[in-house]
Design a protein around this ligand. Structure first.
Ligand SMILES: O=C(O)CCC(=O)C(=O)O
Ligand SMILES: [Fe+2]
Length: 363
């Protein structure tokens, strides 16, 4: 007699059917589904509101005001705020950073327009080919991860300082070029401040090439009919040096701090700075690369645009490790040296929830 458990669920077939639509999660939502497909359902322990306890709810991810940065006393205060935030949270938001609101709003709007345009236009870019400069897909690790995330993404790999705009989808082209131009300027300042916060010369991180060659990933998180069963983006720490994140008004990003999840409430005009694993290594664990995730929401879309700084092409074949000036007898290196290319290949070939590449180099 057939038992109920013998009713088979062909997960691979379902994943493939979903992938073959090339319409992503938004395509599913547009069909009017009321229940999410099983392959999006996460184990209950991944969805808990608090990891261990629920104290300290009256504190927030720091917001740092960059206005008057030209004043030397104020600059010292900013450096100090960045040092504390990078040591304690691994995350902070910057406001009054000099990028006009209109540039930020148009970048968000371009991401919305790209995702909401006719499917035929989007489908042309749907791919899992890591060698392509511009790819659109839902869940880069769809076939290898435990559960899929409620999200579609457009990725521009190794976006150089002067990108070729003809590589970009038309609705996205101009706003992205403009945004990238402003980000290149802001990121110089941020790496100066981070260098100073580590007690180094202001140009230390930029002269290594940390500020060059970012990848821009635009995430689109459609509204979800069963947000309590899935996540927009599962728990992870960023593998690169630093990420700079723009988000629309829909809350969803959460940071793990003192074993509990804190919302990063979108500050109008704010940009979120996130220390990655490579900066944790460079700083010998002084700065923390912290786990974060994105919840799924009944309302949406939530939109974010992340610029990942993971090391310039010139750094790839060079040995990578903690900055020598930060090592002493009392503070010996916590990581072995490695070749950056090897590390990045590890990151790109593993699902988001697998063993982090940083763990292979811990001493
Ligand atoms: O969308 C967000 O707010 C977070 C994105 C993120 O953490 C990532 O892409 O690594
Ligand atoms: Fe992240």
């Amino acid at each position: 007699m057939a038992s109920i458990t013998s009713v088979s669920y062909d997960r691979t077939k379902e994943l493939k059917q979903f992938d073959d639509t090339k319409a992503g999660v938004k395509g599913l939502v547009d069909t009017g589904i009321l229940n999410i497909p099983k392959f999006f359902v996460r184990p209950a322990e991944d969805l808990a509101a608090d990891e261990l306890n629920s104290a300290h709810k009256n504190i927030e991810v720091p917001i740092i005001d960059l206005s008057n940065i030209g004043d030397s006393i104020r600059r010292q205060e900013i450096v100090n705020e960045i040092r504390i935030a990078s040591e304690e949270w691994g995350f902070f938001q910057v406001i009054n950073h000099g990028i006009p609101l209109s540039v930020l709003d148009e970048m968000i709007e371009a991401t919305r327009l790209f995702n909401e345009q006719d499917l035929e236009l989007k489908m042309e870019l749907y791919s899992r080919d890591g060698a392509k400069k511009v790819v659109f897909n839902s869940n880069s690790d769809l076939y290898t991860s435990q559960s899929a995330d409620w999200r579609d993404s457009l990725r521009l790999t190794s976006f150089e300082s002067n990108p070729d705009s003809s590589d970009l989808p038309p609705v996205y082209r101009e706003p992205t070029m403009e945004y990238n131009k402003h980000i290149n300027i802001l990121v110089e300042t941020l790496f100066e401040l981070l260098s100073e916060a580590l007690g180094l010369q202001p140009d230390h991180l930029s002269s290594m090439g940390c500020n060059k060659g970012c990848s821009i990933v635009s995430h689109y998180y459609p509204p979800c009919p069963e947000p309590e069963l899935t996540l927009g983006l599962r728990k992870h720490a960023d593998a690169g040096i630093m990420a700079l994140l723009l988000q629309n008004h829909v809350t969803g990003l959460q940071v793990l701090h003192d074993d509990q999840w804190f919302d990063v409430h979108p500050a109008r005009g704010g940009l979120v700075v996130n220390i990655g694993d490579l900066l944790q290594i460079l700083s010998n664990n002084k700065f923390k690369s912290v786990k974060h995730r994105v919840t799924a929401n009944r309302v949406g879309p939530r939109i974010s645009v992340v610029c990942f700084f993971s090391g310039h092409a010139d750094m790839l074949e060079e040995p990578f490790g903690t900055i020598k000036e930060l090592i002493s007898e009392t503070n010996p290196p916590r990581y072995k040296e490695f070749v950056l290319k090897e590390y990045i290949d590890k990151v790109l070939s593993s699902p988001i929830d697998s063993k982090p590449a940083i763990d292979y180099y811990k001493l």
